[in-house]
Design a binder for this molecule. Structure first.
Ligand SMILES: Cc1cc2nc3c(=O)[nH]c(=O)nc-3n(C[C@H](O)[C@H](O)[C@H](O)COP(=O)(O)OP(=O)(O)OC[C@H]3O[C@@H](n4cnc5c(N)ncnc54)[C@H](O)[C@@H]3O)c2cc1C
Length: 410
């Protein structure tokens, strides 16, 4: 059973009747979900938001916020209840992400890999034994899981990855280098994609392994110095003769790796789109507040029609993004589109938030360029959203290529 607990002086609630023995995944009903959303909004806006500056300056999430997020179940909101998570479906996940996106993106990044790209590989493709071994720890936050796919020269084209996994008796031995791996400096578990054979007519030859961070031969590099998202950490990870048992091969099959990566990333795209909407709403709110109060020559700048036009473009982008996210999330849950819609949502919303953040800086004038301003941080933080989990160019290729294939299939 999972508790959704707000350990911040606000009230405590239990998220529904979450049994552990149902065959079909238990769902969070509407009433419970509304409560989860309300508490998340309160946590984001009253606990995290006032400490954004501290998070940016220290480049760290304070321990009490990390502990509160664990207590609330945020490390496992998308992990099935059977394994100790809250069991939100992607429509609920997207609503939650729009709330989480209202504050520094470092907050969501702290538990993003557990719920998202790393955790979903296990949820979707792990054996029961693998799920039993790892998912409860992931859901509680006792285990931080990282998704290790990207390599130098194999980012947009992960099929070109060169990390190898070679069979040695009952074990596998991994060698290779990964880069930009979110949460690597904190990780207990790496979900590592490696090649067991060259690509051939049967497939890409890419498998995925569960590698405990304390396995001999695993080495995490120094934290990357990033443009933004202070408080969220990435690093290189090196694997040198890393020996893991056969039970570490996800799904017990050499052939699930690439499919697992693509499925997990596609699902993640709806979530990233929702986060973008949350950040865009924040940039808009900051802009409206500034326009209504800041003056030039005694006139509030919000009285100038050209400033109103910028607000109008921001508002329109946020509303369009929110509608698209909801549409794409529904298509995922109903299994009517798990390819084009996630990419369309990510493409539109991440580009939209870039534009909205840029307008927010413009509306703030010179002050928008200053480090202590929220919109300055948002401007830097959202730049990443157009790069990871597939660049905008890759989303266009997926959408355009997918449409053509559909037409050719008739
Ligand atoms: C902060 C951060 C966190 C990250 N976290 C993770 C993580 O947790 N796990 C993980 O595995 N990876 C992670 N990544 C990696 C991220 O997913 C890749 O950086 C991203 O996919 C782009 O790959 P690349 O950096 O190799 O750029 P490239 O693929 O070299 O792209 C460079 C440019 O070329 C374009 N391009 C590339 N191929 C094509 C093509 N076929 N057609 C048209 N244009 C093309 C791209 O769109 C881009 O504009 C992270 C990256 C960052 C910066």
């Amino acid at each position: 059973m999972s508790l959704f607990v707000l350990d911040t002086g606000l009230r405590t609630t239990q998220a529904g009747s979450m049994t552990t023995s149902q065959a079909a995944p238990a769902q969070v009903d509407d009433d419970d979900f509304r409560e989860i959303l309300t508490q998340t909004r309160a946590f984001v806006r009253t606990v995290v938001l006032p400490r954004e500056q501290e998070i940016a300056e220290t480049n760290a999430i304070p321990d009490d916020i990390r502990a509160a997020a664990k207590d609330m179940g945020l490390f496992g909101y998308a992990i099935p209840q059977e394994w100790g998570g809250l069991g939100l479906n992607l429509m609920q996940d997207a609503e939650l992400a729009m709330e989480l996106g209202y504050t520094t993106l470092a907050l969501r990044s702290m538990f993003g890999t557990n719920n998202g790209i790393a955790g979903q590989v296990l949820v979707g493709f792990g054996t029961d034994e693998q799920k039993a071994q790892w998912l409860e720890g992931i859901a509680s936050g006792a285990v931080v899981a990282s998704f290790a796919l990207t390599e130098p020269g194999a980012g947009s084209n992960p099929a070109g990855l060169r990390t190898t996994a070679k069979r040695d008796g009952d074990d596998w031995v991994l060698n290779g280098d990964k880069c930009f791996i979110t949460n690597a400096p904190l990780a207990d578990l790496f979900v590592v994609f490696a090649r067991t054979r060259p690509a051939d007519a049967d497939g890409t030859g890419i498998a995925v392994f569960l590698v405990s961070a304390d396995t001999p031969g695993v080495e995490v590099g120094a934290k990357d110095k990033k443009m933004g998202q202070e408080g969220a950490w990435t690093a290189d990870v090196h694997f040198t003769d890393v020996r893991v048992p056969a039970s570490a091969l996800v799904g017990g099959s050499e052939d699930v790796g690439y499919r697992a990566a693509m499925t997990s990333l596609a699902r993640g795209r709806v979530h990233i789109a929702a986060l973008s909407v949350g950040q865009a709403q924040r940039a808009l709110d900051e802009s409206v507040a500034h326009a209504a109060t800041a003056t030039q020559g005694g006139t509030p700048i919000g009285g100038f029609q050209l400033v109103q036009a910028m607000l109008a473009d921001q508002q329109t982008g946020v509303m369009a993004g929110r509608a698209l996210v909801r549409d794409a999330a529904r298509a995922w849950v109903e299994n009517t589109d798990r390819r084009i819609a996630p990419s369309a949502a990510k493409l539109f919303c991440t580009e939209m938030v870039g534009k909205v953040a840029d307008l927010a800086v413009q509306i703030h004038g010179g002050s928008g360029y200053m480090r202590e301003m929220v919109v300055e941080r948002i401007y830097r933080d959202v730049r990443l959203l157009r790069l990871y989990e597939g660049t905008s160019e890759i989303q266009r290729l997926i959408i355009g290529g997918g449409l053509v294939k559909q037409a050719q299939r008739g």
